[in-house]
Design a protein around this ligand. Structure first.
Ligand code: 5MM
Length: 344
């Protein structure tokens, strides 16, 4: 049976299911100007408004992305931009069979009274901004909360503040006809163990789903974008792929209601192939009550960015590198990734 086209999927429940359907995941390309400038600097690419636009055109113009991606999360500036030929990015993506979405949070700011912790801002005026994005063609949105981990952190106050903001954002999205991607990111930064990450992630997700219920968010019309349960980047003992998969599945089964149609992981600083292997191992522990896929930024883009180098002559090779990661992750979203796929 033919798949429904994105344009024919209109209500938010169907859109959420469409975004996490079999063999597809989401590209997060919603880096703020400053974040993308840092990514460019790391590989020696000068950052200008035009180089950032051209980079996005390189990614979104890769032929066949719709075979592995269902959606792309854009930054505010990007959703207003066009290809060099004048096609607005949302229309270019739609023509590839990919739904455009947009990051609508205002970023993490220090949380008053809680040293070392942050709360994501941006609820003021959000109703009006969402209506504007819907008119530009966005079909879903994203808001990211950042949760730092050490021996004492996070505090209950920080988790409650972020969960409340995420739930208010999600309710506003649904009112505006947009599917909310709800991203409570427990950071990999630090020397914490897998067990500590599991405890914190479980606690954050419990707090989050209590807030989502309190704000009457329709679970059937949202997507959760969590971290995987991993060792901290500086932890001396790095957990195996099997342990990451086991701990992640255990944590999500304890906390995420079956009514949620899909879980789309962030990559959080994992190496690209490692993120793919983890996603695959998680899916091999299924069946799960939800679809489990990816919404990676760095783990999808890193290879393409270093091949591109800002040169037009590298566009084809960079697109190949990008498609390769998308195809491998799409396979992992079905628990069907094998190392042979890396050969292209
Ligand atoms: C693209 O990175 C997003 C954050 O960018 P800003 O710091 O500029 O807001 C981020 O929200 C991203 O969508 C997710 O964290 C997933 O990215 P990774 O790289 O962890 O897969």
């Amino acid at each position: 049976m033919d798949e429904p086209s994105p344009a024919s999927v209109t209500d938010i429940r169907a859109t959420a299911r469409w975004l996490v359907r079999e063999g597809r995941g989401i590209l997060a390309a919603d880096e703020r100007t400053t974040t993308l400038a840092k990514r460019f600097a790391a590989v020696g690419i000068p950052s200008t408004p035009e180089s950032q636009r051209a980079y996005r055109e390189m990614l979104f113009g890769a032929e066949g992305i719709g075979d592995s991606l269902s959606g792309v999360i854009l930054f505010d500036e990007t959703i207003h931009q066009s290809t060099a030929a004048g096609v607005p990015f949302p229309a270019q993506l739609a023509a590839q069979g990919v739904l455009p979405g947009v990051k609508v949070d205002g970023g993490a700011q220090p949380l008053a009274g809680f040293p070392g912790e942050a709360v994501t801002e941006g609820l003021d005026g959000l109703r009006q901004r969402l209506a504007g994005y819907r008119a530009l063609g966005a079909r879903f949105a994203k808001w990211r909360a950042v949760i730092a981990v050490d021996a004492e952190l996070p505090t209950t106050g920080c988790m409650l503040a972020n969960a409340h903001a995420l739930a208010r954002y999600a309710a506003l999205c649904q009112e505006a006809g947009l599917v909310p991607i709800v991203e409570p990111e427990v950071l990999m930064d630090g020397s914490h163990t897998l067990e500590r990450c599991s405890t914190v992630t479980e606690s954050m997700l419990r707090t989050l789903f209590t807030s989502l219920a309190a704000q009457r968010v329709e679970l059937e019309a949202m997507i959760l974008k969590p971290n995987m349960v991993t060792s901290g980047k500086a932890c001396v003992t790095q957990a195996s792929t099997a342990s990451v998969a086991q701990a992640t599945v255990e944590c999500l089964r304890r906390t995420v209601p079956a009514a949620v149609p899909g879980i789309a992981f962030l990559s959080g600083g994992q190496r690209p192939i490692q993120a793919t292997e983890h996603l695959d191992a998680i899916n091999r522990l299924g069946p799960h009550p939800w679809r489990v896929t990816f919404s990676f930024a760095r783990a999808l883009q890193e290879d393409a960015l270093s091949v591109w180098q800002g040169h037009e002559s590298n566009i084809d090779a960079a697109r190949q590198a990008f498609l390769q990661r998308a195809v491998c992750n799409a396979a992992a979203s079905d628990g069907a990734y094998t190392a042979d796929l890396e050969a292209g």
